[in-house]
Design a protein around this ligand. Structure first.
Ligand code: HEM
Length: 133
């Protein structure tokens, strides 16, 4: 599996642990105030990261070069910033709002990079033939 897939899955499982932690905390406290942070961390952080990791694993030629790394870092930093800031905002810290905005824009930029990767042709000369087993 390409290194970028490992990175996406490792980030994703950390997001899932954080998202489930928030879900359990909401359930136990019977206070669902951070539902927005919980849902976004799970769906953008875990589900979408795992889909990106799976995409690169299925298309190893697309995993080569600098762009997948830029994709990973912009997307992951965006989701971390958005998730933490959204949690703080929902807890009443209005100062976190600009960071929700910046994190959201980074996350959206990561998705646009993914769209470019999905539509662009694979790296030339990188689709190595695997010997038959
Ligand atoms: C042990 C794991 C989990 C626990 C304890 C948990 C707990 C909760 C709780 C207490 C709520 C609030 C429900 C409400 O107020 O209506 C909620 C909402 C939600 N959760 Fe989870 N959750 C878990 C895992 C997940 C996962 C893995 C995902 C997504 C991949 C997810 C996605 C959502 C979404 C989208 C909502 C909002 C639903 C709505 O607004 O109708 N949750 N969760």
């Amino acid at each position: 599996m390409p290194a970028i897939s490992h990175l996406f899955f490792r980030a994703g499982i950390l997001f899932l642990i954080a998202g489930i932690g928030l879900g359990l905390a909401m359930s136990i406290s019977q206070n669902h105030d951070v539902i927005g942070a919980h849902a976004h961390i799970n769906l953008l952080g875990w589900v979408t990261s795992a889909i990106f990791g799976g995409y690169y694993a299925l298309n190893p030629a697309k995993a080569e070069g600098l762009l997948p790394k830029i994709h990973f870092w912009i997307y992951t930093v965006g989701v971390v910033m958005m998730g933490v800031a959204l949690y703080l905002l929902l807890k009443g810290n209005t100062g976190a709002e600009p960071f929700v905005a910046i994190g959201s824009l980074l996350t959206a930029a990561g998705v646009l990079i993914a769209a470019y990767v999905f539509f662009a042709p694979a790296h030339r000369g990188s689709a190595r033939m695997q010997p038959a087993e």
